[in-house]
Design a protein around this ligand. Structure first.
Ligand code: GLN
Length: 533
């Protein structure tokens, strides 16, 4: 059996250089050349997972099929590779320490002093190698969060150093991503920050094999040569990553720069002919040359930070391309929407999405937005909390159940149309305790949902504690809102729709997490189609 190869991606100079996109692009190219690849993210923070983080901290919390709450980079990995990730693909310092401390309490290290080296670094190495075991993958790409030189990423860098020593340079390489800033005053690209950043890695005992340089302007041959000379890498291993208009262009840029060929050469793996990437290019061509254009209002409470709704945004890009339509997603702050201004705010919108969320802030605005979409026959998609708002709105304004609410916002409401799930009632801990990950849903025949999916059973990802209160089902159905998707085991309502409306769907799950470039999500595709009409 061939040995698994490991590629580490580190970052220097500044954060937000796009390590996730470079890792995803490399993985895509290696996959196109016939290798089976996965990507893992190591996050240096002490939270056990990002599930307890406010989206303002690191953007959206992504959810895997097996129910892990993860960093949003895993969303990029899945969107690019079209292969699901799992619990093992995201590891945090919190999780590493939790494992080591639990072992210590059990007595596994009895008599020994537990230390960062070797106990923490051993646990990091074990987590990296878990993905390589089981011969599922030829290559494991591990992205190390943060910037080299940060105190908190030191144990990770040390674990990488040890792994390289153990596995040898043909089985384990490091790609370092840095920034080459352009100084407009002198009209020059500057390499010094890159040199310093590589020096920091060298001090930790790591000589990177490949450098990827983020830059606004194309690098000259001289610059590449200079970086190669001062950073001890071969000239062909200095890769340019120039700014592009969409992240989906990056794989093609990396192909031009031969990042994949360079990686394979360093790992002593054969590289086939250049992959055509036909589907990818086709997606990009349609995305960049749209025939239609629609404006969609996305109503949420974290709109100041576009990353808070990353997967929804990307799902619209995939669905837009499929429909050859430019989708202009306008972020609308739910706290700004009122009965008096909703007409003005929604002017020009061809569809409305109400976003997922937690807590009562901004709920009234979301409900007003639902009412507007319902009454104006405007395509509407409610996701998770968005679906719950659609139910509350219908209860209040169509069923005339005054004060109808979710018990999340008013636990004394007379009409708890959305209520805490039974299994949640005994839960007190906040971390990792929601209904998470993939659950089955039966799609009711003859509904819009069934037409959209073209299937009678689906699996979608979840992240919630509250659900539709089934004691109201008859009242809703008799008045025009019906459940069109139901969990076959628990009867939980997964999809609601209004058959008399042009396109009105609310889903308790998160379709955005499973939309990929090669597999745009049918709900988003159908929603955009309805918006174009
Ligand atoms: N707060 C709601 C619940 O817990 C919705 C969650 C969400 O939108 N992800 O059920």
């Amino acid at each position: 059996m061939a040995e698994v190869k490991y590629v580490f991606v580190t970052g220097g100079v500044t954060s937000s250089l796009g390590k996730g996109i470079i890792s995803s692009s490399l993985a895509k190219l290696l996959q196109a050349r016939g290798y089976s690849v996965t990507i893992q993210k190591l996050d240096p923070y002490i939270n056990v997972d990002p599930g307890t983080l406010n989206p303002y901290e690191h953007g959206e919390c992504y959810v895997t099929l097996d129910g892990a709450e993860t960093d949003l980079d895993l969303g990029h990995y899945e969107r690019f590779l079209n292969v699901p990730t799992s619990q093992a693909n995201n590891v945090t310092t919190g999780r590493i320490y939790q494992t080591v401390i639990n072992k210590e309490r059990k007595g596994d290290y009895l008599g020994k002093t537990v230390q960062i080296i070797p106990h923490i670094t051993d646990e990091i190495k074990r987590r990296i190698k878990i993905l390589g075991s089981g011969s599922k993958f030829d290559i494991v790409i591990t992205e190390i969060g943060g910037t080299v030189g940060d105190i908190e990423s030191l144990p990770y860098i040390e674990a990488v150093r040890q792994l390289r020593w153990e596995l040898g340079p043909k089985n384990c390489i490091v790609i370092h991503l840095t920034l080459v800033p352009y100084l407009s005053a002198s009209g020059e690209l500057k390499t010094k920050p890159t040199q310093h950043s590589v020096k920091v890695l060298l001090e930790a005992g790591i000589q990177p094999e490949i450098l990827v340089l983020r830059t606004e302007k194309n690098l000259t041959r001289d610059i590449r040569r200079k970086v190669a000379l001062f950073c001890n890498v071969e000239e062909y291993a200095v890769i340019e990553s120039v700014d592009v208009s969409t992240i989906y262009e990056v794989p093609l840029k990396m192909l031009e720069e031969k990042l994949d060929v360079t990686v394979l050469k360093k790992l002593s793996l054969p590289s086939s002919e250049e992959p055509p990437l036909t589907e990818w290019r086709d997606f990009l061509r349609k995305f960049q040359n749209p025939k239609h254009s629609v404006r969609i209002g996305l109503v949420g409470k974290y709109v100041e930070l576009a990353d808070a709704y990353k997967s929804i945004n990307e799902a619209f890009i995939h669905a837009g391309s499929m429909n050859e339509c430019e989708v202009d997603v306008v972020f609308i702050h739910s706290e700004d929407v009122t009965d008096d201004n909703v007409d003005r705010i929604m002017n020009g919108m061809r569809g409305i999405v109400v976003a997922p969320g937690f807590g009562s802030r901004g709920i009234d605005g979301k409900i007003t937005a639902v009412r507007y979409a319902r009454e104006k026959n405007l395509p509407f998609l409610g996701i998770c909390l968005g679906m719950q708002c659609a139910v509350i709105e219908f209860a209040r304004n169509v069923l005339n159940l005054a004060g109808a609410n979710s018990t999340e916002f008013n636990h004394k409401t007379r009409h708890p149309v959305i209520d805490l799930m039974e299994e949640q009632k005994s839960v007190t801990d906040k971390g990792g305790t929601m209904r998470l990950g993939g659950y089955k849903c039966k799609v009711v025949k003859g509904t819009l949902a069934s037409k959209t999916y073209g299937k009678s059973e689906i699996i979608e990802r979840h992240r919630h504690r509250y659900e539709f209160n089934n004691s109201y089902s008859d009242e809703f159905r008799n008045n025009g809102m019906k459940a069109s998707g139901i969990n076959p085991e628990s009867d939980l309502v997964e999809i609601i729709e209004i058959p008399s409306h042009k396109w009105f769907i609310g889903v308790q799950f998160h379709p955005e997490y499973s939309s990929t470039v090669e597999n745009p999500h049918p709900l988003f595709v159908s929603f955009i189609k309805a918006c174009i009409k």
